[in-house]
Ligand binder design. Sequence first.
Ligand code: NAP
Length: 508
Amino acid sequence: MDGTASAFTPHGKHLIAGDWVATAQTFASDPATGSAHDFSVGTEALVAQACAAAEEAFWSYAYTSRAERAQFLNTIADEIEARAEAVTAIGTSETGLPEARLNAERGRTTGQLRLFAEHILKGDYLDIRVDAAVPDRTPPRPELRMIQRPIGPVAVFGASNFPLAFSTAGGDTAAALAAGCPVVVKGHSAHPGTGEIIAEAIDAARKKCGLHPGVFSLIQGGNRAVGAALVTHPLIKAVGFTGSLGGGRALFDLCAQRPEPIPFFGELGSVNPMFVLPAAAAARGAEIGTGWAGSLTMGAGQFCTNPGIAVIAKGPEGDAFVAAAKEALSATGAQVMLTAGIAKAYRDGQARFEGRNAVTPLLSTENEGRTARPNLYETDADAYLQDHALGEEVFGPLGLIVRISDPEEMLGLARGFEGQLTTTIQMDDADKDLARKLLPILERKAGRVLANGFPTGVEVADAMVHGGPYPASTNFGATSVGTLSIRRFLRPVCFQNIPQGVLPDDLE
Ligand code: NAP
């Protein structure tokens, strides 16, 4: 692999514990531009093979030193960078996302891998706790040493809208490998070639680092039974999933129904409500409206943190926000969506809004094929609270403005929202009293609450939380972005009176 765009033509195979394997049945990719390629359809037999290899690998990989795993993560990042141009070429072709976005996302992906390398070297994630023995107490207290240990093989499902950062070598894979867990990825059928080249990079790093081949496998999709077989395989001990509410819920239910239920960390959709407080609306309503439209249409609105709902007062100040948002959205041209299926789901979502008496269309666009133009609707708090479907995510550049009569109505509306990845407050100094009332409600609704900005753009950092109460995620105690996400793939083990020389290395 020499890193040039023309050097990568997908062969369409699965990577099972170091071997590229073809299966008889194939599915064709459906790229936004360029040629389609055939990919082998995943099978239950391959799932079983990959899981058995992952379990075998666990016995050595879980006992590697933190320095060895950090080297592996950094080498994966190097191998991805070595394929930079080819990764961008296949990624843009399959997803229709622009080159600059793919380049930035690659940087985020390799940055994430390197961040986890640094994080595990520091060692504080192990959260070691020691209670010294008290032999002369009655009854005597034993020595207790607690440490976080890797949980076993992890299954990973990436999302279509982040072909790198939330996919094959994305945050879930990086966190699991950092923790000491082998990974089996179910490739996303919207970007199978991108998955293949990234798997190639991971396997090259695995070889360079001399690790067991079962540490990483990629099984291409083409058949929904593959995902079901993976999450129900008895050797899988946890699942990291980023994707839709429907898909996530189906797989979550399968995990819960297993004879041995396992944790399913599903990061799902969200409408990310934004509350524009009165002083902010009066001072800069139009400016906030324009900014909101920019965030709403970024990446054709295909972000889980897309702020789909804005809450603002009725009257002239709110009107300035609405007019500016409408003007900016009207000026936004058609954008290519990730898949034909997502474009159709967007049109279906639009039809759902058009068919509702409770909403007034402010901007209705004609959409066809794989492209989308923004749509904008308006409603009031009562209508919103009575129509549950208005709070469901429409994946794409569709905005809903909820007009309120007074601050009390804003608080009532906030109480009515379901779990969210983010909520945003636009506020000025004179809004502080209202913000103090709103914040306790919002912190119960979302994993991240932000002021005077827009939620798209999730920082990969120690303090980041990317999760939230259901349906934003299936596990509100966790985050899928940032260093805390490693905790999903660890479990505490207490070693009582185990002598030195026998304990795990990190406890010696
Ligand atoms: P998706 O359609 O749910 O697909 C995600 C993965 O799950 C794919 O591998 C898919 O397989 C598989 N899958 C879906 N339903 C399944 C089922 N019933 N049984 C077995 N496997 C199943 O999601 P997407 O279109 O990739 O992503 C878009 C959604 O993700 C949006 O709702 C967006 O808001 C959300 N998202 C959330 C976050 C977050 O961090 N919370 C980040 C990005 C995106 P196939 O390959 O066969 O389709």
